[in-house]
Every structure is written in structure tokens, then in C-alpha cells.
Design a protein around this ligand. Structure first.
Ligand code: TXA
Ligand code: MG
Length: 370
């Protein structure tokens, strides 16, 4: 599952609006080439010097800094425009010594690590005193993840001989849609060497496409395992490994910036709409003089203008963020998103879509009235 898909871009599968797409897609000269051993080694040296490097993971691109260097980590917050009380995840190499980062790795966490690492699962554990508090946004916990992407793995092995940790939130400005290609990262921060980033490692289109599942294992005695953010690895898969279902977050759960209601949002308003009413709605909007673009997955809607994503949750998640960015570039009044099924397998996708649409409540009523 850490292989790159050959299909590359989300919009490939679609159809009727290729001219509009060509006009709307910004023409950019590729500023990166696929990461190789030399560029990975160079990136590791830059990180050791306290610089920021964006790198691919199987979920989304990360904006990395040396997790043991508080000043480098402060650079992440400055570049993203992220409030300093939002903790970042520390990425570690396979077989890393976790006692450097966490005071305790409970047996259930060990089982999850054995089952899902390297992979799209982040564990929140009690933080070791030597880890800069800035990494954890002042919390007494630390988020740890071992990413599966081969470029991330190679970078983590080259960085401090595999013994270091890379603090890395998603490589987007605060509140924006997360990047799933190297070009998305450059669209956010500018070309490497000219802006905040010393380098961007290009590892193709991220396979998973939405951020990792986060499980809080830091308060097992009082709260049990808590699902802080849904992702490709589902609560049921977690339960199958540890023998109990993770709880949903409560008020006292550690802060998760991805849990802010308006997050992962494009600048064009997003409206979630049931597939059955979509054709009629598109016509109504057109009659009212509004350009609308569509992200659909049902076969019956495949010929309408926009992006058509696969109708399975993994394929859909893979293309979701690239599709939101692509539709955002169209200068439409609204991005209509066909509401996906509500079952558990779609939980990660539905969570991101709900947040993308959060600020847009009432947009359809306003457009149709006007
Ligand atoms: O898939 C991912 O997790 C990506 C890739 C780059 O690894 N990273 C990512 O990072 O999504 P970020 O910073 O955009 O989201 C990390 C989430 C945030 O919502 C943050 O609040 C939460 O993890 N988090 C990190 N450390 C935490 C901690 N100690 N306690 C509670 N939440 C934590
Ligand atoms: Mg993020």
C-alpha cells in the first residue's frame, strides 16, 4: 500500500470538460524531480542544519524539521501561520527507539505499532521530558508516526543515522487543504530555496490522500484508547487488534488542530449534496447565473462537468484533496460535492468533507436567492 498509483492525478478519470480544465489548470514548470538518493541525503543534511524540508508520506506531504531543535520547529509554525499551541507529529524511522520520545509505550500501543507501522497511524503517548515542549504545543504528550512512503523512510534513515525524529505537520498553510503532490507544496510555500522551504522531495501523488488516523493512548487508565482523527485505518481495524473499540473524542481530549471545524477548506465555498438532486441543482444554479463545479463518484453523474472520483473510499480519499484544489482553481461560485455513503469505511473522507464545507453553510440558498 505504500506504492505509488500509476493514475497520478485525481481528475484523470473524467470526461466532458477537458477544455475548461486546460484553461483553469495553472501552467507550471515542474520545480522538482523525483527524489533520488542524492537529493534525500542532501535533504537530511539540510534538516540537520535546522532547515525546513517538505517530504512525501503515504498520507499527505509533511513540512519537516528536526524535532529535537526547538528553533527549527518554531520555523514550521511561522511558515504555516499555525498557532503555537497546536502540537505536531514526530515521524520516526522503522525500529526507532521510542523511549527517546515517549515515557511509556503501553502493550496495546505496541500491538498497534506491530500491526500498522510503517503506515498511516499516529499514536499519542506520554511525552519524554527531553522532547521540546514546542513540538507538542505545550502538551505533556507526543504524537508519533512511522510513515510507509519509501522516500520518507529513506529520509528518516539518512537523518541523524536513523536515530532522529522529524516534526512534520501537513505541508500547507494553516486551514488550507493538505498537499498530496510536490507541486501542491510549492503552490503553498513557493519554490524551494526562495521561500520558507530549503527543499521539497518529490515522491509522486500520495497513495492514501488523507491524513493519518490518530489514536490517543496517553490516558488509557482513565479514558481508554480515543480516536482523535479518523483516517484510512478504521476504528474497527484498531478494535480488531487491541480487542476494544476506541472512544470518540471528548472535551478533555488533547487538542487536535485537524478537529477545528473549519479546516482542510478550499477558498471556494463547498456544499455537500445528495447525488439524486445534483443534476437539477446544477441547472438551477446555471439559470441563476452561477458557475458551479462538481465532485462526484456515482456512475450516473460521471458525465457532468467536474471531477469524477472512484466509488470506493480508498480510491476516493486518494483523489479528494487534489480534486478540491483543482476545482478551487476554477473560480466557480460553489464546489458541489456528491455526499458519499455514511458507513464506517467512509468516515475519514466524510470527516474531511464536513470540515471543508463547514464555513459554507447556507451558500446554496444564498446563490439561488440571488
Ligand atoms: O498523515 C499525517 O498525519 C500527516 C503526515 C505529514 O504525517 N501529518 C499531519 O500533521 O496531518 P498535522 O500537524 O497537519 O496534523 C497532526 C494532528 C494535529 O491535529 C495535531 O493537533 C495532532 O495531530 N497532534 C499532534 N500531536 C499531538 C498531541 N501530542 N496530542 C494531541 N494531538 C496531537
Ligand atoms: Mg494539517
Amino acid at each position: 500500500m505504500n506504492q505509488q498509483r500509476p493514475d497520478a492525478q485525481a481528475g484523470d478519470a473524467h470526461q466532458s470538460s477537458s477544455d475548461a480544465r486546460r484553461l483553469a489548470t495553472p501552467v507550471t514548470t515542474p520545480a522538482t524531480s523525483p527524489a533520488d538518493a542524492a537529493s534525500i541525503a542532501n535533504a537530511a543534511r539540510l534538516l540537520e542544519q535546522g532547515k525546513l524540508v517538505a517530504f512525501p508520506t503515504e498520507t499527505v506531504y509533511g513540512l519537516g524539521a528536526d524535532a529535537s531543535n526547538a528553533q527549527a520547529v518554531a520555523g514550521i509554525f511561522a511558515a504555516k501561520g499555525r498557532p503555537s499551541n497546536h502540537p505536531v507529529i514526530v515521524h520516526v524511522a522503522r525500529d526507532a527507539d521510542l523511549s527517546r520520545w515517549a515515557t511509556q509505550v503501553p502493550p496495546e500501543a505496541v500491538r498497534l505499532i506491530e500491526a500498522f507501522w510503517p503506515g498511516p497511524l499516529t499514536l499519542i503517548l506520554p511525552r519524554a521530558a527531553s522532547v521540546p515542549a514546542a513540538v507538542a504545543g505545550g502538551q505533556d504528550t507526543i504524537g508519533l508516526r512511522c510513515p510507509a512512503h519509501p522516500v520518507a523512510q529513506a529520509l528518516l534513515l539518512a537523518f541523524r543515522d536513523g536515530q532522529g525524529g522529524l516534526a512534520a505537520p501537513s505541508a500547507n498553510r494553516f486551514g488550507h487543504v493538505s498537499p498530496t503532490t510536490a507541486q501542491h507544496v510549492i503552490d503553498e510555500f513557493g519554490a524551494p530555496g526562495h521561500g520558507a522551504l530549503a527543499a521539497v522531495l518529490d515522491g509522486g501523488h500520495c497513495e492514501v490522500g488523507i491524513e493519518s488516523t490518530i489514536i490517543d493512548m496517553s490516558r488509557l487508565d482513565t479514558h481508554g484508547p480515543v480516536l482523535l482523527r479518523p483516517g484510512q485505518i478504521s476504528a474497527a481495524q484498531i478494535a480488531a487488534v487491541i480487542g476494544r473499540m476506541p472512544a470518540l473524542p471528548d472535551q478533555a481530549a488533547p487538542r487536535v488542530s485537524g478537529s477545528l471545524d473549519a479546516h482542510y477548506a478550499p477558498s471556494t465555498p463547498v456544499a455537500l449534496v445528495d447525488g439524486s438532486g445534483l443534476s437539477a441543482l446544477l441547472q438551477q444554479l446555471q439559470a441563476a447565473g452561477h458557475a458551479a463545479v462538481l465532485i462526484s463518484y456515482s456512475a450516473s453523474l460521471a458525465t457532468l462537468s467536474g471531477v469524477h472520483l472512484p466509488d470506493d473510499p480508498d480510491g476516493y480519499a486518494h483523489g479528494l484533496y487534489a480534486s478540491l484544489r483543482e476545482m478551487d482553481a476554477r473560480d466557480a461560485s460553489v464546489i458541489l460535492v456528491e455526499r458519499p455513503p455514511q458507513d464506517e469505511a467512509w468516515q475519514g473522507v466524510n470527516d474531511r468533507l464536513r470540515r471543508a464545507a463547514f464555513d459554507s453553510a447556507g451558500v446554496l440558498e444564498t446563490l439561488l436567492r440571488g
